[in-house]
Design a protein around this ligand. Structure first.
Ligand SMILES: CCC(=O)SCCNC(=O)CCNC(=O)[C@H](O)C(C)(C)COP(=O)(O)OP(=O)(O)OC[C@H]1O[C@@H](n2cnc3c(N)ncnc32)[C@H](O)[C@@H]1OP(=O)(O)O
Length: 252
């Protein structure tokens, strides 16, 4: 694996996004490797999946803008967005509980990725934000649809419509972040403390409860809504306003 690290420990499958020099931005290779790892983990007896990022700056900075900037048309954008959208759906619907451990900022598509997970754990001052609006696009990996399943509608709208970065404390108040870890605490120890009661249960029990939550969904409607989100984002992607905003980011 070139873009991910995977380890199995005490019933936990750890996936670390591993492109720290680009703040763990997602490229096509990472998408393929995520897909492959998720298939492998599904076949293990591991109880819980933890996703995190390498380094201490970012969990994930979203799509790799230096690469995806070359996608110009709606059709080109759709190809990339739907490829990652499939992976986010797999994470959202994964038969085992999933946890995003924010070792650093989760921004843009990175924030969509943490939304696909069942639980989010972060240091107090970690920032997260659906900044896509400042690039003249919207969420486009299905994370907007998923956010409305995680939060009260007005909180989800505030996160999405303002494009702001928020501190993890704000996410905790809104029920988006489930556990805050103090600065002087080891991140992994904090996570293990959170996970201990869950890890005392069997994999079958955890999966059965995940299934009850997923049974709530009309899968066809959920998939249709994700598809609409991806198509809408693709339309905005091809506009000059978006390309100009990305150029500003890359030339900063
Ligand atoms: C598909 C939909 C999407 O996801 S659109 C992408 C939305 N994402 C963004 O706009 C994220 C922009 N990145 C950031 O805000 C910051 O890099 C964050 C994540 C907060 C980290 O800040 P900081 O630790 O100060 O790092 P930095 O900004 O100096 O970045 C270090 C190098 O990494 C690069 N980088 C960062 N994010 C991306 C990205 N998404 N795609 C491509 N490259 C990225 C920066 O340009 C910088 O590169 P360099 O070292 O200056 O060459």
């Amino acid at each position: 694996m070139n873009t991910l690290e995977w380890k199995q420990e005490d019933g936990i499958s750890w996936i670390a996004l591993s492109r720290p020099e680009l703040r763990n931005a997602v490229n096509y290779e990472m998408m393929d490797e995520l897909d492959e790892i998720l298939h492998k983990i599904e076949a293990t007896d591991d109880k819980i999946v933890v996703m995190t990022g390498s380094g201490n700056r970012a969990f994930c900075s979203g799509g790799d803008l230096s690469l995806f900037h070359s996608l110009y048309t709606e059709a080109e954008a759709y190809g990339m967005l739907s490829k990652m959208g499939q992976i986010l759906k797999r994470i959202f619907l994964f038969p085992k509980p999933t946890v995003a451990l924010l070792n650093g900022a989760a921004v843009g598509g990175g924030c969509e990725l943490i939304t696909a997970c069942d639980f989010r754990i972060a240091r107090r001052n970690t920032k997260f934000g659906f900044v896509q609006g400042s690039l003249e696009i919207t969420t486009g990996w299905g994370g907007g649809t998923m956010l409305f399943e995680r939060l009260k509608p007005h909180d989800a709208m505030t996160y999405l419509m303002t494009s702001q970065l928020f501190a993890a404390e704000k996410g905790f108040e809104d029920g988006f972040i489930h556990q805050l870890i103090n600065d002087d605490e080891n991140l992994e120890d904090g996570l293990r403390q959170f996970l201990n009661p869950y890890l005392k249960q069997s994999a079958n029990v955890l999966s059965a409860y995940k299934k009850i939550w997923l049974n709530k969904f009309d899968l066809a409607t959920f998939e249709e809504n994700v598809e609409k989100e991806i198509r809408n984002c693709s339309k905005l992607w091809e506009k000059e306003e978006h390309h100009a905003a990305v150029r500003r980011f890359l030339n900063k």
